[in-house]
Design a protein around this ligand. Structure first.
Ligand SMILES: [Fe+2]
Ligand SMILES: [Fe+2]
Length: 276
């Protein structure tokens, strides 16, 4: 392990499990400055309850093979944080739905995909978690680095959900990776899983966002001002992908570790914001 990873590991505190102050009441389908960004975040939220419970399972499957007490403590933190995220987003998803704004079509398709993943070997299941955790950490870092793009006009209640989640994703970003390295340490599988997860994740989120935009087309597409704003946000999302590509590609390096992407400053900034 290189020096940077070792020094960040020594500095990092134990993973803290917090309860969010978010309340799933009176939610509006548009909760950021643009309808596109709101639908994009809601599409991400749709995947969280089932996805994050799957992550927890994939780690529990092999937890008994971990001897390192520090990693065992991190696993406890990881499970606590992800379980709270799944609960909070489940409430969010239920509250934001309405008769003309439905997530259920994709929930069913996503559930089928989750069932398929569970038929794979423990190694492949955990490699999928590792790849997806890299995505969530990249996205969380981007949210904290560019809050004016991702979180413009977010209410304090919504900040309690989205900022809290972003901070904790960065705090536990190394856990699935370290468990995978301790138990399987298989580079070819890690790379393979990242390739397939990338295709599935990008296509899935794009389709869901497009579907939500279409369901909300009266507000999202038919109002010239909103449409112009959404085109700008769409270009911003493309720019996000370009800006994140070095972090994404780093994952394929043989000596990659999540701590090599130093997000400590962002973490401090994010923690201060959720304590405001
Ligand atoms: Fe999470
Ligand atoms: Fe996570």
């Amino acid at each position: 392990m290189n020096n940077l990873v070792q020094s960040i590991r020594q500095q990092s505190k134990h993973i803290q499990i917090r309860k969010t102050k978010f309340i799933a009441q009176n939610l509006k389908q548009q909760y950021t400055d643009s309808t596109l960004m709101s639908h994009f975040l809601t599409a991400l939220s749709m995947t969280f309850p089932k996805g994050e419970r799957f992550f927890v399972e994939t780690i529990r499957n092999v937890r008994n093979k971990i001897d390192d007490p520090n990693l065992q403590m991190d696993i406890t933190g990881f499970i606590g944080q992800e379980s709270h995220h799944a609960q909070a987003h489940e409430l969010f998803n239920k509250s934001i739905q309405s008769a003309d704004y439905q997530l259920s079509k994709y929930t069913e398709a996503f559930e089928k995909e989750m069932l398929r993943l569970r038929t794979l070997s423990y190694r492949r299941q955990l490699a999928a978690t590792v790849a997806l955790e890299h995505f969530t950490a990249m996205m969380a870092g981007y949210m904290l680095k560019h809050p004016d793009f991702m979180f413009k006009r977010l209410s304090p209640n919504m900040k309690n959900l989205w900022l809290w989640h972003a901070v904790e994703e960065i705090e536990h970003k190394h856990v699935a990776f370290d468990v995978y390295q301790s138990v399987f340490s298989n580079l070819a599988q890690r790379r393979r899983s990242m390739r397939t997860i990338t295709i599935g994740f990008i296509i899935g989120i794009t389709l869901m966002t497009a579907h939500l935009l279409w369901q909300d087309r009266k507000n999202s597409l038919y109002k010239p001002n909103e449409l112009m704003k959404n085109i700008t946000v769409f270009l911003g999302l493309i720019l996000m992908m370009i800006r994140l590509s070095p972090e994404y590609l780093a994952f394929y390096r043989a000596d990659f570790h999540p701590f090599q992407i130093d997000q400590n400053d962002l973490l401090e900034k994010g923690r201060a914001l959720i304590l405001e």
